[in-house]
Write a protein that binds this ligand. Sequence first.
Ligand code: COA
Length: 259
Amino acid sequence: MTPEIKTELSGSGVLVVTISRPDKKNALTNDMYGALADAIARANDDDGIRVLLIQADGDTFTAGNDVSEFAAQAMGNGPKERHVTRFLRSLANATVPIVAAVQGNAVGVGTTMLLHCDYVLLSEEARLMTPFVNLALVPEAASSYLLPLRIGHAKAFEMFALGQPVSAVVAVAWGIANRTASAAELRAEARSVAEKIAAKPVGSLTAMKRLMRNAERLVAQMDCESNIFLERLASAEAKEAFTAFSQKRQPDFTSIMRG
Ligand code: COA
């Protein structure tokens, strides 16, 4: 349990999960991943939950994984259980429909988790970023498979390699999200979509979602990514990236050879 992930079940069967660590731009810690994984497991298991709605407090959806926790893991001081693995697997295996309401920046896993959501609403100023390579890491959440599948190799390579923000309008045009809403209306619009879905026949929805996704394939990709991700975390390049982040400077990779 962490107060940084809040859950609330509506009368119509929508489980609203709110990421709430606004002072750190909703950067996700191991405990927060654990609570998110628990919420998805609860939504899958509880017949009273018909839709999961993920939203976030503050001006940022999430700045992605907490970089100081990456740095701790790189030094061998990581947690005993990496809840991120459970979170990602539960996303891949989710049978409950997932709606996301995204405002501001959605960085790293903040963007890649959207590839597992079924209906994504972006506020007009939202920006999606996948700067894994900037941190000397590799993409996760099966995004190395799902993003090229969704938007094509050229655009996916650009997003991963350059890590530059993609605007809400472009993300909708590329098919990463369904539509935009004004920041003021984002939550209400997302809630309205979630309630419309919650009123549909749940057996049919669940069967449809299963047909649309190959969970086994996604988990296999996640496992593959995770092995390489952990190797990358221990690299000299990643060390430089995390040190630069903590020192609020740009990293310099030019003197590090391919390893
Ligand atoms: N992990 C840990 N702390 C983070 C964080 C992260 N991923 N992202 C932001 N923070 C912290 C900052 O260190 C800062 O903390 P401080 O107030 O104690 O100094 C606070 O959140 C505010 O961040 P700041 O960078 O000042 O906000 P901004 O509006 O100028 O920029 C971002 C927002 C998200 C663009 C920027 O913070 C960023 O690029 N963060 C890193 C994103 C990242 O690389 N994530 C991992 C992806 S794999």
